[in-house]
Design a protein around this ligand. Structure first.
Ligand code: F6P
Length: 362
């Protein structure tokens, strides 16, 4: 019999479709299956630093949120409690609020905390776990770059959004005989670009994991024209390394967040100059983080949420739920944050893309 009576749940980092679905699953399974009380912690760990940023969540409170994008708890990708930026006497300074987080979790009577987040949030969770906070992790991110899980929640929906958008640009490209450059998110990982590009029949896919040469892309566009294809779809991951660009150094910095538009406008301008073809740029941006989760994500979130409560019931703290070989399992959070999950340039997806004529610009 578990001695757990009350748990908390928080959502951290950039939002994505499926966060509400996982909140719903945690609340329902905690209350209905285990008989626990659930406290929703607002705006990531901010809710454990500042007063009045938490509330009880009952099954009624989470009824009807399965399909809703965003997170009813709010989120932030700026609030690391161990290095928290505050204004003191007009000056910005950095403070360690981890003791306050631990203290407030005790005051709230939390026997466990479900932390839903990407790699940044998991790193913070690991620090807090090592300081004594009993927590478990649930991986989320449209970037799909959390290691130790085959997929993070939110990725599948973002992939659908991106592929659908590229499909729509495709018809316009064909009608106007244009080169269309579409930028997708993914930070330093090329998963959305690669998979959305494959799904929508892109001709060129540029990802951070494969350095590219502009002339090869221009060649590809000319070869397509010779074969009677007077349009080209170029899918660009926001985190690609830009040759000769003064920003390239910044983009190479693994911690850097690529600025929306930098990659696609750079590539679009260069291709327009290199091919003298009518070229247009589309930046998908935060549209990829919104909307109702796909059926796959809804089910994954429900599986992850129930598994997270089971980890707490078993006292297995410091673990993150994950998907391995199609089954829900768990790994140490320390293992999950050790590396970033990137596309393997020699992997199967890149190989099948090349085999079907996709140009990676290399
Ligand atoms: O990590 C998710 C993500 O959407 C990245 O793909 C993107 O680089 C970043 O967050 C954007 O962050 P923000 O919402 O802070 O602009």
């Amino acid at each position: 019999m578990s001695s757990v009576r009350k748990i908390g749940i928080s959502t951290g980092g950039g939002d994505c479709p499926g966060l509400n679905a996982v909140i719903r699953a945690v609340v329902k399974s905690a209350v209905l299956q285990h008989g626990w009380q659930v406290i929703g912690i607002e705006d990531n760990f901010d809710g454990l630093i500042w007063p009045n940023k938490h509330r009880e969540l009952t099954p009624d409170d989470v009824s009807g949120i399965l399909l809703r994008g965003g997170t009813i708890l709010g989120t932030t990708n700026h609030g690391n409690p161990l290095r928290y930026r505050v204004q003191e006497e007009g000056e910005e300074c950095v403070r360690d609020f981890s003791e306050q987080v631990l203290h407030n979790a005790r005051e709230l009577g939390l026997d466990g905390l479900v932390v839903v987040g990407g790699d940044g949030t998991m790193k913070i969770a690991l620090d807090l776990y090592r300081k004594g906070l009993n927590l478990v992790g649930v991986p989320k991110t449209i970037d799909n770059d959390v290691a130790a899980t085959e997929v993070s929640l939110g990725f599948d929906t973002a992939l659908h959004t991106a592929a659908e958008a590229i499909d729509k640009v495709h018809t316009s490209a064909e009608s106007h005989h244009r080169v269309m450059v579409i930028e997708v998110m993914g930070r330093n990982a090329g998963w959305i670009a690669l998979e959305a590009g494959l799904a929508s029949g892109a001709d060129v896919i540029l990802i951070p994991e494969v350095p590219f040469d502009l002339e090869k892309i221009c060649d590809c566009i000319h070869q397509r024209e010779k074969a009677g294809k007077n349009f080209t779809i170029v899918v660009v991951a926001e985190g690609i390394k830009l040759p000769g660009d003064p920003e390239a150094k910044r983009v190479e910095d693994k911690r850097a967040i690529p600025r929306a538009g930098t990659a696609a406008y750079w590539v679009g301008d260069a291709l327009a100059r290199g091919t003298r073809r009518d070229t247009r740029v589309t930046i998908l941006g935060h549209i990829q983080r919104g909307g109702p989760p796909s059926p796959f994500d809804r089910i994954l979130c429900t599986r992850f949420g129930v598994a997270a409560t089971e980890l707490i019931a078993q006292g297995k703290f410091g673990k993150m739920v994950c998907l391995k070989d199609g089954a829900i399992q768990s790994v140490d959070i320390a293992e999950a944050v050790r590396v970033t999950r990137l596309v393997d340039p020699q992997g199967e997806l890149v190989r099948i893309a090349r085999a079907t004529g996709v140009c990676f610009g290399d």
